[in-house]
Design a protein around this ligand. Structure first.
Ligand SMILES: Nc1ncnc2c1ncn2[C@@H]1O[C@H](COP(=O)(O)OP(=O)(O)OP(=O)(O)O)[C@@H](O)[C@H]1O
Length: 721
């Protein structure tokens, strides 16, 4: 699928590439894509649109159980991120890096409660839905699309309609090249049956999707995880390049090499949710030395920092030398041997009374005072129609390529309807056929439609991609619901018309085109209602097992009150008949099909002693159908249900997006207040300098600041100990 435009981009980027380097090395971003953004694309970044982010005394508490147990995941974090800077978050696993990014980007889990102040350009702002871009740890991508298609659809969803396709394409190609994805650009992402790109390549696709729009504020959770060291370096370099153009970039990074570490402007080091260090990355080395944990000369600084603050394996290594930390005095002589927990406490104490902490707080105050432009949603610039069209097309292509989505279902539907056809083959008009026709209709509109819940896992995947894109402001809920509804239509028409035709002609239901078309339309409407119901469930239960159990349960109840297992008038009224049978789509489908099939037929047992029974009589006195109601009215109710369920789907997404977080936040706040009342402590935030430091340590640290140290000497002493 590589085209001449891609080659053209490749040539331009090659021409711009500094000599002797690999991929666009130097500034990270290719000059071409920057030019495009500034000139050709004419995308307006008017006025002061830079993003200055500050967070002060940020504490995140999570509720762990129903009895109100809570835990502080982050405690009193203070810091800032400025345009033109690349801030790295580091810390051992579980130290709270992802939670910190979630808190800053406004995407905390529903059981988490945030206190403290987060300001964007001096004002409170909601950073989700496109104001900030966020590359999460999970790569929620559409498995059937190629890398190029994934980026291309994303571009079409967000770039302005007025931008010519050639320019969009150039931007897409240059982003592919920036992320080093040119060799796998035409490989599919991959899913359960398609072997696709590697984990590291997926990671880079996720980053490419967000840097495509050159966001003013970018969060990345472990962008280099799963990448080899060279790729990690190039990706970090690209991110740094992005920041150099006035963007604010904050990323959590695991195990950076010393070359990658050198690319960081600022470092935020966390341990157990507390700040160990925040300041210039280049000064962290000095900070550790001042705190008497100097980095040995030949050790990667980030390895050293993490080793000093990782206590996860202390218990395992209790007998090993590695679990103890050595501190040095000003003469580089070993001072004391302490546990990692003590080392962490010492470092945290040291930081909170250090100049680093004071100047960070001072800077936070300064930045927060400046009231800059409110960043509006930096998400999509494409029109609503373009978004709806692109989503429909993308979803259609995904469905057509995913064997499990509809093709397998089509095969199973045909097999099952052939089975139905052979069981009820040429059902006839004898007395016994009355029961057979009723059972056949009940099976078709009960079980065959029930099989549609098999598509649930695909709906859950769709919802994950939607959640990611929605939170990053790629498009709105309405465009998604429209795209999802229209794209599924052709497949549902295909499935229901093929299987309905097989069934109708094999069983030889009531002859006549009108009867045939009613039967397949009724089947189409019923299957579409089930799909819509399952999509609504997927919007608030994003879990395969739970969703299928809930969906099966709802359908089981609907089936029970459909009028086949118990005649409509015999169903007890208060609950089951009103309203349950009326909201059961099986009920309307069955009532309509009974009329469609039996009305006008005469049942004759070929015996002179037995009467001929008109279908109308059976409908009224056996199936208790109101024959005065037109069968088309029943079909209309079914089609109305499709619309109602789609609206319900829309509302569910809106609720899960807006109302649920509000309710959960309210519950979390109440719990926290109750907890505080119990403990008698009403102060919500952590005191700025709440962590104390002993006078001796302070004096010792001050002495350290004034003293030069020899790393070689230290290293020798460490190895001796
Ligand atoms: N919503 C939550 N409910 C309960 N516990 C939580 C919640 N969010 C975070 N935690 C806990 O807080 C701690 C920090 O989690 P977090 O994912 O932020 O760490 P991390 O530094 O990003 O880890 P890793 O590097 O392994 O991804 C973990 O112990 C985690 O279990």
């Amino acid at each position: 699928m590589r085209n001449s435009s891609a080659d053209h981009v490749m040539m331009e980027i090659e021409a711009n590439k500094p000599q002797g380097n690999g991929l666009v090395v130097g500034q990270g971003l290719s000059p071409l894509s920057e030019t495009l953004w500034k000139e050709k694309a004419n995308i307006e970044l008017v006025g002061d649109v830079s993003a200055r982010l500050t967070w002060k005394d940020m504490t995140v508490m999570v509720s762990l159980s129903r009895n109100g147990e809570t835990q502080n995941v982050l405690e009193g974090l203070t810091g800032y991120a400025e345009p033109g800077s690349f801030t790295a978050l580091m810390g051992p696993s579980g130290s709270g890096k992802s939670t910190m990014l979630d808190a800053l980007s406004g995407r905390l889990a529903s059981n988490a409660f945030l206190s403290g102040t987060i300001l964007l350009n001096g004002r409170k702002a909601n950073l989700s839905f496109g104001t900030a871009a966020y590359v999460t740890q999970d790569d929620d991508l559409i498995g059937t699309l190629t890398v190029r298609e994934t980026i291309s659809y994303s571009a079409q969803l967000r770039l302005p309609d007025r931008m010519p396709w050639s320019e969009k394409n150039t931007l897409i190609e240059s982003t592919i090249i920036e992320m080093g994805l040119q060799d796998c650009a035409d490989t599919v992402i991959g899913n359960w049956h398609l072997r696709g790109v590697s984990g590291g390549e997926k990671r880079r696709v996720s980053i490419a999707l967000e840097i495509l729009m050159r966001p003013r504020l970018l969060f990345l959770d472990e962008p280099t995880s799963g990448l080899d060291s060279a790729s990690a370096f190039f990706v970090t370099q690209t991110l740094r390049g992005l920041s150099r153009d006035g963007r604010t970039v904050i990323a959590s990074i695991h195990q950076p090499s010393s070359e990658v570490f050198e690319l960081f402007d600022r470092l935020y080091l966390l341990s157990g949710g507390k700040t160990v260090y925040f300041g210039q990355a280049s000064e962290a080395y000095e900070f550790f030395a001042q705190a008497c944990f100097p980095c040995p000369a030949l050790r990667n600084p980030s390895d050293h920092f993490l080793r000093c603050i990782n206590s996860d394996f202390d218990k395992v290594k209790a007998t090993l030398k590695g679990s103890m930390k050595l501190r040095y005095d000003t003469n580089d002589d070993p001072l004391e041997k302490i546990t990692t927990a003590e080392a962490i406490r010492t470092l945290i104490d040291f930081y909170h009374t250090s100049q680093y902490c004071y100047s960070a707080r001072e800077k936070v105050e300064q930045i927060s005072e400046v009231k800059g432009t409110v960043l509006d949603s930096g998400g999509s610039q494409a029109s609503f129609l373009m978004q709806a069209f692109t989503l429909t097309k993308r979803s259609f292509i995904n469905m057509s390529r995913d064997f499990g989505y509809y093709w397998l279902r089509l095969v199973i539907y045909i097999v099952v309807t052939i089975c139905i056809g052979t069981i009820y083959l040429d059902v006839g008009t004898g007395y016994t056929s009355i029961l057979a026709r009723g059972a056949c209709a009940s099976f078709v509109f009960g079980f065959v439609t029930f099989m549609s819940i098999g598509g649930f896992p695909s709906f859950v995947e769709d919802m994950k991609v939607f959640q990611r894109e929605r939170l990053n402001g790629h498009y709105g809920v309405t465009a998604f619901v429209i795209g999802n509804t229209i794209s599924a239509m052709p497949f549902l028409v295909l499935i229901t018309f093929i299987s309905g035709t097989v069934c109708y002609f094999m069983v030889r239901l009531h002859p006549g085109f009108e009867h045939y078309i009613f039967f397949v339309l009724c089947l189409y409407a019923s299957v579409t209602v089930v799909e819509s119901l399952m999509m609504a469930i997927a919007s608030f239960v994003p879990n395969f097992l739970m969703g299928i159990i809930i969906g099966a349960g709802i359908q089981g109840i609907f089936m029970l009150v459909s009028g086949y297992f118990r005649l409509p008038n015999d169903i007890p009224k208060p609950v089951w008949r009103y309203p349950m049978s009326y909201i059961s789509f099986h009920f309307w489908a069955l009532q309509g099909q009974y009329q469609n099939d039996l009305n006008g037929l005469v049942f004759d047992n070929q015996s002179p002693d037995l009467p001929k029974i008109p279908g109308e009589y059976i409908l009224e006195y056996v199936f208790q159908i109101n024959v005065k109601r037109s069968k088309w009215a029943d079909l209309s109710v079914l089609f109305s249900m499709i619309v109602i369920y789609r609206i319900l789907f829309f509302i569910m997404i809106k609720i899960s997006e807006d109302v649920t977080p509000w309710i959960r936040g309210y519950i979390a706040r109440r719990r926290m207040q109750q907890k505080k009342q119990k403990s008698g402590n009403l102060n919500t935030t952590v005191a700025p300098f709440g962590l104390t430091q002993s006078p001796s340590l302070r004096a010792f640290a001050a002495a350290n600041r004034a003293t030069g140290r020899s790393s070689n000497k230290r290293e020798k002493k460490e190895s001796q100990v």
